[in-house]
Design a protein around this ligand. Structure first.
Ligand code: HAM
Length: 420
């Protein structure tokens, strides 16, 4: 127990963490270009927020939340997703008084008690963006374009963008009725969850993973069959903007998404390269969510990308990240006096912004050189007793293999001149 992490979690170690930093920097850069501001919300929220926000009939709320009672007898939940929390922050901080639309992004861990497998974790990380205050179909298309732009810049290939419209409270009653008429004859054969969903939210039956439910939902009426004129036009316009932007998509009239807040546009980005957990991102419009959370009627739309799944896809597709390995400069010494000089030299190099390292284990010169190799140092400064006495050091370029004797007095400038 003491040396085992909880199932479905990961340690991200040096060597791997640089990829995360690269991804985070890339997404932050894209957000700067698209005008999004970063928001950081708490890891835990009042449980009620997710019941209200994500929806009572979702898998997340029904069975995946990490919920506990705190010492003050409050029900608290580790956030299973970002949208409801960002909506809460938008309302609590009165961000609706800012010029609209308000564009926000969040990067951080999410928690879902799901069965762990390749690409599915109990603690995973999302990059999440949300836009509040505009119902324009151009915003839907821009948000989708931004997601695709991020994947393109990372270098991912073979992605499929699926889009659908799930309608609005105007079209839902008709869809609900059609779905209930469709499922009623086989109601007893649906899984117990879906039997409950039949009354509460029959649309969710289409998203059930149970094989029998999937069979029974073949040929079920779809959201696109029942769109009201306003939703139909909105969907038409979103597709028009995507066409103009040259973004390829497939209309998938069975795409429901696993969260209850969606209205109109819903989308998901899939890859066939990472197995069953093929969704590497998804999102949609949620025009009723802010009001449902106690705010003024405000349209909203957003998406979230799963960072673990992006990294897995990159690995499977052989996409390399431009990460420069290596510790910069290693100062190898012989003798106590040289060791003293090395101590000041590494401090000076670090002050100048150059990564520098020395030996701390009294290794022999040979062992120090081996250690420098393991650290992938670009330069090794060799400071023996004789060099120390003459006030010089040997600077060896580990890639080129050549070396040069340099006066200690000017050594920092010399190293800097080697484009550090
Ligand atoms: P979601 O589809 O539940 O949407 O999650 C978005 C992405 O997070 C998925 O496409 C997947 O890449 C990743 N993901 C989800 N669950 C796991 C897991 N257990 N392990 C690893 N990765 C996972 C949402 O969360 C919405 N809040 C997105 C959104 C934002 N909609 C509007 N705004």
């Amino acid at each position: 127990m003491l040396t085992t992490r909880p199932r479905g979690t990961s340690d991200i170690l040096p060597g791997e963490v640089e990829k995360w930093q690269y991804l985070e920097e890339l997404t932050r850069q894209v957000c700067r270009e698209y005008g999004y501001g970063e928001i950081r919300t708490p890891i835990f929220e009042h449980t009620e927020l997710f019941h209200r926000g994500v929806g009572e009939t979702t898998d997340i709320v029904e069975k995946e939340m990490y919920t506990f009672t705190d010492r003050g007898d409050r029900s608290i939940t580790l956030r299973p997703e970002g949208t409801a929390a960002i909506v809460r922050a938008y309302l609590e901080n009165k961000l609706y008084s800012l010029p609209q639309p308000v564009k926000l992004f969040l990067i951080g861990p999410m928690f879902r008690y799901d069965r762990p497998q390749a690409g599915r974790f109990r603690q995973f990380h999302q990059f999440d963006v949300e836009v509040f205050g505009s119902n324009s179909p151009a915003v839907d298309a821009e948000v989708i374009a931004m997601a695709m732009d991020i994947y393109r810049r990372i270098g991912l290939n073979n992605l499929e963008l699926h889009i659908n419209s799930v309608g609005c409270p105007q079209c839902r009653p008709l869809l609900r009725q059609k779905l209930q008429d469709f499922f009623r004859p086989g109601l007893q054969e649906l899984c117990p969850n879906c039997q409950g969903r039949f009354e509460r939210n029959p649309l969710r039956i289409l998203d059930c993973k149970n094989q029998k439910c999937q069979e029974l939902s073949q040929g079920a009426p779809t959201t696109l069959d029942t769109l009201c004129p306003e939703c139909a036009t909105h969907f038409q316009q979103v597709k028009g903007f995507l066409d103009t932007a040259g973004i390829a998509y497939q209309v998938d009239n069975r795409l429901v998404r696993g969260l209850d807040y969606y209205t109109q546009t819903a989308f998901e980005i899939m890859t066939r390269d990472i197995g069953a957990q093929s969704s590497i991102g998804g999102g949609g419009r949620y025009n009723g969510l802010i009001e449902a959370c106690g705010g003024p009627p405000t349209p909203g739309i957003g998406f979230a990308l799963g960072l673990e799944r992006i990294l897995l896809t990159a690995e499977r597709q052989g996409v390399a990240f431009p990460i420069s390995p290596g510790a910069g400069v290693f100062v190898a010494t012989v003798g106590a006096e040289a060791d003293n000089t090395a101590f000041s030299l590494v401090q000076e190099l670090r002050r100048q912004g150059i990564p520098a390292e020395k030996d701390y284990l009294n290794r022999s010169l040979k062992a120090q050189m081996k250690y420098a190799g393991k650290l992938a140092a670009r330069l090794v400064v060799i400071l023996g007793e004789e060099e120390q006495a003459r006030g010089v050091a040997v600077v060896r370029d580990m890639q080129a293999g050549d070396q040069k004797e340099v006066p200690l007095a000017g050594i920092t400038d010399y190293i800097k001149s080697l484009s550090f």
